[in-house]
Design a protein around this ligand. Sequence first.
Ligand SMILES: NC(=O)C1=CN([C@@H]2O[C@H](COP(=O)(O)OP(=O)(O)OC[C@H]3O[C@@H](n4cnc5c(N)ncnc54)[C@H](O)[C@@H]3O)[C@@H](O)[C@H]2O)C=CC1
Ligand SMILES: O=C(CO)COP(=O)(O)O
Length: 336
Amino acid sequence: MRPLAVLGAGSWGTAVAILLAHNGHRSLLWGRDAAQLEQIAKTRRNAAYLGTVALPAGITPCADLDSVLRQARDLFIAVPSAAFPAFVAGLRGRLRPDARLVSLTKGLELETADTLDSVVARCLGDTIEQAVVSGPTFAREVARGLPTAVTVAARPAAFAETVAGWLHGVQLRAYTSDDLLGVELGGALKNVLAIAVGIADGLGMGANARAALITRGLAELSRLYHAAGARTETLMGLSGLGDLVLTCTDDQSRNRRLGLALGRGSTLEMALDEIGQAVEGATTARSVMRLAQRYAVELPICEWVHRVLYEGVAAREAVAQLLAREPKAEAATFGL
Ligand SMILES: NC(=O)C1=CN([C@@H]2O[C@H](COP(=O)(O)OP(=O)(O)OC[C@H]3O[C@@H](n4cnc5c(N)ncnc54)[C@H](O)[C@@H]3O)[C@@H](O)[C@H]2O)C=CC1
Ligand SMILES: O=C(CO)COP(=O)(O)O
């Protein structure tokens, strides 16, 4: 049987390759750093990202991207969103004619705030079959074989079933959806909200504030989903509420850790340096203003994060601004 391919040998790409192997699927794992791949092939571990987990035999590290693209029809993409558009554009003309893409990336295109499925369609044509996988999935837990569940959305919808079939097993339940937009928006925006919750926790604002922020973050997402034409069921599902709760509440989240560091007084540069891996919310916070404008919705928590990250507003001052917003009827704020 043809191998699957995972493009991007960081935490999540490696964890997904391990999950696929547990489900009996062979995969080629490509990364841009040939020396790192050689090391992975030799030690059967990805020391830089998931050093404690041994790679199953079904994974073959391969540094030659064109060789991977010739061998595999189905390509899981796990590069950070900042690299995603250029990476996908770079695949043009190199793919098998029947190639299909599965995005594991959570984010938006920086300059346009477009969702990544739109980027794929723009770069590779809108007839290419593509799917997105999203949900509460810390790479380390998935790699260790701990249980979770995800949403898989695709265009055409039937491709979601194929992808879910590869991922679904005793360890992970994969639910299908045809709401690509909703799945993309949830995965991208929850990272910004996790930074907000991290900041509040870093400032020592307490458990009540954490729960209030998550809920008001959900209201923010609900307004956006409604205005953009995504579905409320998607928001209530694994790629929406599921991942929002996970990322906002557990310190495995790099986005939450960024917020914690900022709340405790670190600079953005120091905090990102210390984390040393993709912190998608820091990029997405920059696109979020454009998104709010495009759909004419208020996203005050996301905008608050932007002010702290990029406009030099002190975290405590930004919280005061958020709390000073005028009171309203709660139901109306969900945009339904
Ligand atoms: N780590 C996690 O628990 C999860 C991560 N994700 C998403 O997966 C995506 C990737 O994140 P992680 O693997 O966690 O990040 P990471 O920081 O662990 O790894 C990123 C990998 O991408 C590679 N990379 C960066 N720019 C590249 C380029 N231009 N071309 C090729 N490779 C490039 C890096 O070398 C690195 O190997 C993000 O969008 C993240 O939100 C989704 C679910 C879980
Ligand atoms: O998306 C994730 C879990 O579902 C990973 O979250 P972080 O990128 O914040 O670590």
